[in-house]
Design a binder for this molecule. Structure first.
Ligand code: TXA
Ligand code: MG
Length: 371
């Protein structure tokens, strides 16, 4: 039987002096205190450039077990190890294939996670029993300072309760994990907003297991051909057989109300979404929408009454970075309303838009309508 200790979670503000890197933060008492908690086997949530992570010493089995307990995460879903220096990679993997080294040189620090054969120092609990390990160097001064001060690779999944949207603000972490972890470092909103791209580098051609902050196009500019895992490609959940990335088979990022994703190009897309919202409305549903600025403009232009709907504006369809930065906050905000049906506007899947569409598909539990 599980006995969960109620922890006294401290939320600590970290202010990054403008224009300064992680070095200036290294000596900060807050970073030092958080690093000590990590060294002693505790749990610290911290901002990265993508989303907030829930960190523990990745080489300490008991500490890592604490992450799974705090999140309610299935034990076979492996974690990403976070490092602040290339040298740390040698502690984690027996060798770095040339292709992986080139990718690390081009994209680290940054939102790219490399899956590599694992070395003996990494405990099985960190990798969910797999013989590979996922590693990345985050591009955030607070994360880098914390990792450097802790001096160990830090295992960190997104700092949400399993099945909730990833946290892009410290308040999201507090909402999910208050009382379950030791420290939350508040460094403001995370700039990228979707998680890192997970790239399997164990074969000759790298395979994207999870689209994320680094686009397929950017990877291909550096290493030529990159494949998309077939499940990502088809936008389907893995329901049978082994998943290459165990995270793919779990329901993720799902809002409380059922959601449907509508795909297509404007103006047909906008017309279909509007019809659907009006239909649901007529059936007595409380309608929530995740919409682009362009859809809002379309409604204004057509004089469509949207006053009864809960509308979250994700940003411009032409700016995938803006959509990515807003998607999880919008999903969480919709959850705080009384909507009973959610309509998600599909966006162009180019660049980081691929990651946005992947998260929207998951939020819709793969209920997709073509306009
Ligand atoms: O941006 C991010 O990656 C954030 C921040 C905190 O760094 N972290 C994050 O971790 O999103 P998490 O645990 O929520 O997602 C990690 C994903 C999961 O889908 C997991 O299945 C996959 O990476 N993964 C981890 N280790 C793997 C491995 N050895 N082989 C295949 N997939 C792996
Ligand atoms: Mg996650």
């Amino acid at each position: 039987m599980e006995v969960r200790m109620q922890k006294n979670t401290q939320v600590l503000q970290v202010v990054v002096p403008p224009g300064r890197g992680p070095d200036v933060l290294l000596s900060s008492p807050v970073i030092q205190a958080a690093a000590k908690v990590l060294q002693q086997g505790g749990l610290v949530a911290f901002p990265t450039e993508t989303v907030y992570g829930l960190g523990a010493n990745g080489l300490d089995s008991e500490a890592v077990a604490g992450i799974f307990a705090a999140k309610g995460r299935p034990a076979d879903n492996p974690l990403i190890l976070h490092i602040a220096a290339m040298e740390t990679l040698e502690q984690i993997v027996p060798e770095v294939p040339p292709l992986a080294r080139r990718l690390a040189q081009s994209f680290w620090p940054g939102p790219l996670t490399l899956v590599l054969p694992k070395g003996p120092a990494v405990p099985a609990v960190t990798t969910g029993g797999l013989d590979t390990v996922a590693v990345r160097m985050p591009d955030h001064p607070i994360a880098l300072a914390l990792l450097a001060a802790a001096g160990v690779p830090v295992a960190a999944p997104s700092a949400n309760i399993s099945g909730r949207p990833s946290p892009t603000e410290a308040a999201h972490v507090t909402a999910d994990l208050q009382g379950r972890i030791d420290i939350i470092l508040d460094g403001g909103p995370t700039p990228v907003g979707v998680e890192s791209t997970v790239l399997d580098c164990t074969g000759t051609i790298p395979v994207i297991l999870r689209p994320g902050g680094v686009s397929k196009e950017a990877l291909e500019d550096v290493v030529g051909t990159v494949e998309l895992d077939s499940h990502v490609q088809e936008g389907e959940a893995v329901t049978d057989g082994p998943a290459r990335s165990p995270g793919m088979k779990y329901k993720h990022y799902a809002p409380k109300a059922p959601a449907v994703l509508v795909r297509g190009e404007p103006p047909g897309l906008f017309m279909r979404i509007t019809e659907l919202a009006q239909e649901l409305d007529a059936q007595g549903e409380m309608v929530g929408l995740m919409a682009s600025r362009e859809l809002l403009d379309y409604w204004r232009g057509q004089g469509i009454d949207q006053s009864k709907w809960q509308v979250m504006s994700m940003g411009s369809r032409t700016n995938p970075g803006e959509l990515a930065a807003n998607i999880y906050r919008c999903l969480r905000e919709l959850d705080e309303t009384n909507v009973t049906q959610i309509i998600l506007e599909g966006v162009p899947a180019a660049g980081v838009g691929l990651a946005v569409m992947n998260r929207l598909q998951k939020a819709a539990a793969y209920r997709v309508v073509d306009a």
